[in-house]
Design a protein. Sequence first.
Length: 242
Amino acid sequence: MARRSFASIRGDLDLMHHLKGYEELIRPWSPNIYFEKAAPLELEIGSGKGLFLRKAAMEQPDHNFMGIEVSLRYAMITAAKLCKAGLKNAISVNADAAKVLGELVPRDSLEAVHVYFPDPWWKKSHRKRRILRVEVLQMIEFTVRPGGKLHFWTDVQEYYESTLELIAQHTTLEGPFPVEVEDDPIVENEIENDSADLEKLNPDCFHTHFERRTRLNHKPVYRSFFIVKENKNEGAVQNERD
């Protein structure tokens, strides 16, 4: 299915607070400088057009959120939406998430990591480019505090099952645990009867824009979360942080 064209970004928006690049991130790691107040930090890998980030920041004002997006255009769109919503507890970072996790984020400093509908890299020769590969999963385990969570959703069954195998084989994360989704009955009726209009249907009924597109096309979504153990593997990642 063809993707919609990018939304325009208003020229009068000041994105200075909501948009950062990799080189702008403070060394040593000090994320609270970007937010109005110090709070538990949740990180989204691949924030796309920012629907989850905006909703999560609105629903959990006592947490801070950082979305990491490799595409500058998408990172800007997310930042613009955060800016227009006046959210002070969320920012968009244009960077490689593996680089941020591996080089900047210290041990046990994140409350949660969210990965929703990552690029599946369909060709077998390209699968090493998937974000949820062994070294990144171990970085996530290293950087999320004991009791914190990894959330993973995808519409690709093979990616879901192979990632669960990697997590079981190469980390000590507990899970997978099922995700309960509270569906809007009106929306579900429209989807069931092919009457939903993608352009008009309230996006807040969905977790991300990609979930909306997937469900409107009657495709399954595979959802799970994992919990970091109190006695997580001490040797999962050996990188020294500043």
